[in-house]
Design a protein around this ligand. Structure first.
Ligand SMILES: [Zn+2]
Length: 325
């Protein structure tokens, strides 16, 4: 069965993007299920379109939002084609929102065809990142190892490209339970008050070819400026989290540190939010320590230079921070 077109919105773009009287707010995420950062990115002209999965019930309010900002929006019904497909619960639809209706229709067609190159281009992803992702798919690498490969290609880790907490390009059907658990674990975290929810913890939504990819950094910087204008507290929370080193052990297993790091070692004062699904025992041990080291497929935890624990498992340190810091 071909994907069902549920609704289209033909709207005069006379107002132009970003001309509405009010800025997007974090409450839009909670009320309408929309990724607010992506909306701000489109309105700021940092990218031409966005594509997210939303609840069907939000469709009317999303059309109203698009109208308010002089944007177009299209929806598409979802089919759950395979266990490898993205998470698309039956009550959800895919939302395409952008500045140009013709381009948006092309994006929807490309997505239905599975034309990843076309989709990446229409969403404004840098060519280098689209090509790199196509290679990754062709090599049948999973998207977790893609993060490790991108890290190996990076000589610096500016906060602008830290997309470790954005799962939109990485979710697979089998992840659904863990994804919900991650949201639940961060529901009462302090940063959520200023952020809406976990979904907004990013500046770019694509997987960069490397974390120092020039085009991706430029996009992230531009989006951060726009978020600052829209909601200073939201920008503050995002910037604060993204500018810290991450220990990456899997899609849902990570830790963020208040400390200094290189690719091999983190020296830290504390573990910061967001919470992940890292095993409780391992997390406790990390919290008791003040530095960790990763080498030869092993993670070692130290306190005052004394080895206090760890695990024999490959782990990656992604030393995100402010550029020039
Ligand atoms: Zn790139």
């Amino acid at each position: 069965m071909p994907p069902e077109e549920l609704h289209g919105n033909r709207k005069s773009a006379a107002a132009g993007p970003g001309r509405a009287d009010f800025a997007p707010t974090r409450s839009m995420q909670v009320k309408n299920g929309i990724d607010v950062i992506e909306l701000i990115a489109v309105m700021a002209g940092a990218k031409p379109a966005m594509m997210v999965t939303v609840e069907k019930s939000f469709m009317p309010s999303l059309e109203a939002i698009a109208g308010n900002y002089g944007l177009h929006c299209l929806f598409e019904g979802q089919e759950d084609r395979s266990s490898k497909g993205p998470i698309i619960p039956r009550n959800d639809v895919r939302l395409f929102m952008g500045t140009d209706l013709g381009e948006l229709e092309k994006l929807r067609r490309d997505k239905a065809k599975g034309d990843n190159e076309g989709v990446g281009k229409s969403l404004g992803y840098p060519d280098c990142c689209v090509q790199s992702l196509l290679n990754c798919i062709a090599n049948r690498n999973d998207k977790e190892s893609y993060i490790r490969e991108a890290a190996e290609r990076s000589s610096s880790f500016p906060l602008y490209t830290n997309n470790i907490f954005n799962f939109s390009s990485r979710l697979q059907k089998r992840d659904e339970t863990q994804y919900r658990e991650l949201f639940r674990k961060n529901k009462n975290a302090n940063f959520i008050r200023h952020l809406g929810n976990m979904m907004n913890m990013h500046l770019i939504s694509h997987m960069p070819c490397s974390y120092d990819c020039k085009e991706s950094c430029r996009m992230g910087r531009r989006v951060l400026r726009a978020v600052r204008e829209a909601d200073g507290m939201m920008a503050y929370e995002i910037e604060k989290t993204l500018a810290h080193p991450v220990l990456f052990m899997g899609k849902f297993r990570f830790a963020v540190f208040d400390g200094a790091a290189d690719r091999r070692c983190i020296t830290y004062r504390s573990v910061m939010p967001p919470n992940s699904l890292l095993e409780r025992k391992l997390l406790r041990s990390i919290k008791e320590g003040d530095s960790i080291e990763v080498e030869n497929g092993e993670l070692r935890i130290y306190r005052e230079n004394r080895h206090i624990g760890g695990v024999k498992e490959a782990a990656d340190i992604l030393p995100f921070g402010r550029p020039g810091a």
